[in-house]
Design a binder for this molecule. Structure first.
Ligand code: ZN
Length: 514
């Protein structure tokens, strides 16, 4: 009987997973090719699908089957895949059943429209256009957080973070961020004081988007991204969308100058994509694990560790450019004539406070995240009103990064997240950097000569390591547990600081120790 219950439970989850994948496809389409006029209709499609999926996920049948499986000793043996699956199915079920269906539909409908409003507001640099939507989204998310409930001794924001980084709390994140912020600020100051001016001429050459696209695609394939079950398209805000079990879609954006912006966006999203392609979800048919937690990513922090690893630890290394620069000629022509790998290495590792998070260098990136963490915590607490967002944003940028925000398009309107209703999501970016750095040190201990392999364009050993140690486990472990298993230690800021200081020392001559 037990096997039958478990099989039926997994079949129901696969159906819910299939519905979710349809919604992902609609979302991808909305961000890439959908005509603007289709927004109201698309919002209704999203709302209906979200409601149906929610109904399925929270059905009495799922609850009964889950309860029966949990009573079954054959399924709950400690350390077994079934037990890990049931633990996560229980968590998802309990969270989902706390949300009323009308709220789920309202969030889907409102955020679908808010995304459209955000896009237009950002293009026109008009915060007032987005403000009513931000108000609505914040109201709905506050309701959602209240439904989830504040954990004991915690705050409302914790309920939203937990969705992206299970078990993490605002207080814990603050405890990591506060000392890290001071050390990053020191590093930025030392870089400035070094007086070194990095020559970035090689980034300023004009390269048409089509050539950049061909080069990006070629690098993706060489690194192991499977284009037979994936794509790369162009959009306003780069993302990776897991449309279905064998359908991982990446997007990027091109500018004629600074071709590395697109390249690193592409590598970043590819890192997410490689994780998705490495999860054991199979082809989505009845015999696959698709829809089960064992075939899903652990958390956004771990997801981000994969994207940042390929983007920064691999893509911004000298070894990468030793390999990629001579190969790039075939795609980019003479555009990089006269540039050496060391020039590109220095140019893509400059540390300069700037306005846009997704284009920020590694040294200042986390300061952008910390600003958003403070702001969204204040918004949710009600300490900051949405209408006061631009002022609060600009003041924090001046304080933390010393930059003057010239307009809201390059200020509080730059990120898509709040229009999507993603509050509590930003801190996972910095967690991802911390995990990436810690994994990277272990990987270098376990793959001798990794740097030399990258210098020859041999990425298979690295990808195989990630597949073996991280990807194939799905949600078997929680993020902290995986980190300890893989690296032998709890998450620490030291590897990230060592990495950043090592790069800054090579480019600016600052002290490696701090
Ligand atoms: Zn990412």
């Amino acid at each position: 009987m037990s096997k039958k219950n478990y099989a039926e439970l997994c079949a129901l989850l696969r159906e819910a997973g299939t519905l979710t994948s349809i919604k992902s496809l609609l979302g991808w389409d909305q961000e890439t090719y959908m005509p603007d006029g289709a927004t109201p209709g698309r919002s209704e499609q999203n709302a209906l699908l979200a409601a149906i999926t929610h109904e399925r996920r929270t059905s009495k049948r799922v609850g009964d089957l889950l309860g029966a499986c949990e009573q079954d000793k054959a399924l709950t043996r400690k350390g077994s895949p079934e037990a890990a699956n049931l633990r996560e199915i229980r968590r998802d079920y309990d969270l989902a059943t706390r949300l009323p269906g009308d709220l789920v539909a309202a969030i889907a409908r409102t955020t679908s429209q808010a995304q459209h409003a955000w896009k237009e507001a950002r293009e026109k640099d008009d915060f007032a256009m987005f403000l009513p939507w931000l108000d609505k989204v914040m109201g709905l998310l506050r309701r959602k957080a209240e439904c989830y409930g504040t954990p004991k001794g915690g705050e409302l924001y914790d309920a939203l973070i937990d969705e992206y980084e299970p078990g993490a709390t605002a207080r814990e994140i603050e405890a990591v961020f506060t000392p890290l912020r001071a050390r990053l600020t020191d590093l930025v100051r030392e870089v400035k004081q070094s007086g070194v001016k990095v020559n970035t001429k090689c980034l300023k050459t004009r390269i048409p988007a089509a050539r950049q696209h061909a080069f990006g695609l070629w690098v993706l394939e060489r690194m192991g991204f499977n284009l037979a079950i994936g794509r790369l398209d162009v959009t306003t805000h780069p993302f990776c969308s897991e449309v279905g079990p064998a359908d991982t879609r990446l997007t990027t954006r091109y500018r004629d100058q600074h071709f590395t912006d697109a390249l690193y966006s592409t590598l970043h999203e590819m890192g997410h994509g490689l994780y998705e392609q490495g999860l054991p979800k199979g082809d989505g048919t009845a015999k696959s694990l698709f829809g089960q937690p064992l075939a899903e990513a652990i958390s956004l922090g771990i997801h981000e560790s994969q994207s940042r690893m390929w983007e920064n630890f691999v893509g911004r290394s000298l070894a990468f450019w030793k390999w990629a620069l001579p190969k790039s000629r075939k795609f980019l022509g003479d555009a990089l004539e006269g540039c050496k790998p060391a020039d590109l290495f220095a140019a893509v590792n400059t540390v300069t406070p700037s306005l846009i998070r997704v284009e920020a260098d590694e040294g200042t990136y986390n300061l952008h995240v910390m600003i958003r963490f403070e702001i969204e915590r204040a918004l949710l607490r009600g300490d900051l009103k949405p209408k006061d967002l631009p002022g609060a944003w600009n003041a924090r940028y001046k304080d933390a990064l010393g930059v003057i925000v010239p307009d809201d398009a390059r200020g509080c309107l730059q990120d898509v997240h709040w229009s999507f209703g993603l509050i509590g999501y930003f801190p996972t970016y910095t967690l991802g950097n911390l995990y990436a750095a810690q994994f990277w040190e272990t990987i270098n201990e376990q793959i001798p000569g990794l740097d030399a392999q990258i210098g020859k364009g041999q990425f298979a050993p690295l990808l195989a390591w990630l597949r073996e140690n991280i990807h194939r486990h799905g949600k078997k472990y929680r993020a902290g547990e995986l980190c300890e298993r893989v690296t032998g230690q709890a998450l620490s800021p030291e590897p990230l600081m060592r990495h950043l200081r090592s790069r800054a020392s090579r480019v600016y001559g600052v002290n490696e120790e701090n």
